[in-house]
Design a binder for this molecule. Structure first.
Ligand SMILES: Cc1cc2nc3c(=O)[nH]c(=O)nc-3n(C[C@H](O)[C@H](O)[C@H](O)COP(=O)(O)OP(=O)(O)OC[C@H]3O[C@@H](n4cnc5c(N)ncnc54)[C@H](O)[C@@H]3O)c2cc1C
Length: 304
């Protein structure tokens, strides 16, 4: 059997693509992946997705998207993609359980935030620990927050958070930043920002939510507890592209390179959401580019 369209990923991009292609009658199949629902499952409150004036939890938003796509006829496979053959016609998608043949493909496999790796960090994700300052910064009005990292993202996040938080403490494990000089200057001249270098987070502490962190001097080994309401991990993202095995071009950061936002060099193969987006990384932009992929698939299927 040859599918009209296979969609890789079940985050906002994949689910929007599923909704649109299902409504068009293309009977899409979504390969949901091991993180079914995607990154929004890591957050409690989403206040910036249009149409929810009182906000909505990340898991509920994803449930709604999935139900809506399913109601229109989208099918879901609880599998993950291990390999693809994009040059064969039909395209071949190999998962851990099956091989799919398809006329077209939408890649919406997202990205994963890099985390420090502490058990207490996973425990408090969505309860004071976040990897998305744009998303969660406004939830920390007049609070004390910590940012972890030393690159441009950590600088940008720290500066952005000063618009809401009472204080921002930037913690970096080395004694100098990787970030550009201009960002560093802006950071150092901001009176709300305190910088602690040569230091790591040893433990994140709290009850229902984060209340403090224990930090540790890299050279001294000395520990100290500092109070905080939030911890923003800003040490980078890793786009989920292992299954491509080099079959599409990636940029230096591992993001898929696209033309006209969602097109690739291969006809019938489109890319939406965070796997190609290192700039915006929002649910609504992922849903938007997922929709663009679906509209491209419609044109492609009509003309092939
Ligand atoms: C802590 C946190 C809080 C956030 N808060 C907000 C917020 O408040 N508002 C907002 O707009 N945005 C928020 N975001 C950002 C938002 O979650 C992302 O921009 C959005 O989820 C990206 O959607 P996506 O569909 O591109 O990818 P993702 O959500 O990353 O989903 C990727 C999907 O691809 C699947 N996948 C990966 N590899 C494979 C494979 N090999 N085979 C099959 N499937 C695969 C995964 O299982 C997953 O289902 C937050 C992010 C984080 C981390």
């Amino acid at each position: 059997m040859v599918e009209n369209v296979v969609i890789i990923g079940s985050g906002p991009a994949g689910l929007s693509a599923a909704l649109y292609t299902a409504r068009e009658g293309f009977n899409p199949i979504v390969i949901a992946g091991t993180d079914e629902g995607g990154q929004l499952l890591l957050t409690t409150t989403v206040e910036n997705y249009p149409a929810f004036p009182d906000g909505i939890t990340g898991p509920q938003l994803i449930d709604n998207m999935r139900m809506q796509a399913e109601r229109q006829g989208a099918r879901f496979a609880h599998e993950y993609v291990k390999d693809v053959d994009l040059t064969s016609k039909p395209i071949k998608v190999v998962t851990d359980k099956a091989t799919y043949l398809s006329k077209s493909l939408i890649i919406a496999s997202g990205a994963s935030s890099k985390w420090i790796g502490l058990e207490s960090e996973s425990k408090f994700i969505g309860r004071g620990v976040s990897s998305c300052a744009t998303c969660d910064g406004p939830l920390f009005k007049n609070k004390d927050v910590i940012v972890v990292g030393g690159g441009d993202t950590a600088m940008e996040d720290s500066l952005f958070l000063t618009g809401f938080a009472k204080s921002v403490t930037l913690i970096h494990r080395r004694n100098e930043f990787k970030a550009s000089r201009i960002m560093q200057d802006r950071l150092r001249s901001n009176p709300k920002i305190r910088i602690i270098l040569d230091t790591t987070i040893d433990e994140i502490l709290g009850d229902a939510r984060v209340t403090s962190v224990r930090i540790k001097g890299v050279k001294t080994g000395k520990t100290e507890e500092i109070k905080t309401d939030g911890v923003f991990i800003a040490i980078g993202h890793k786009p989920n592209t292992e299954f491509l095995n080099g079959k599409l071009k990636l940029d230096d950061g591992g993001y898929i390179i696209t033309r006209n936002i969602v097109e690739t060099d291969i006809d019938g193969v489109y890319v939406g959401g965070d796997v190609a987006d290192k700039e915006y990384r929002q649910a609504v932009t992922a849903a938007g580019t997922g929709t663009m992929c679906a509209l491209k698939v419609r044109h492609y299927l009509q003309s092939h």
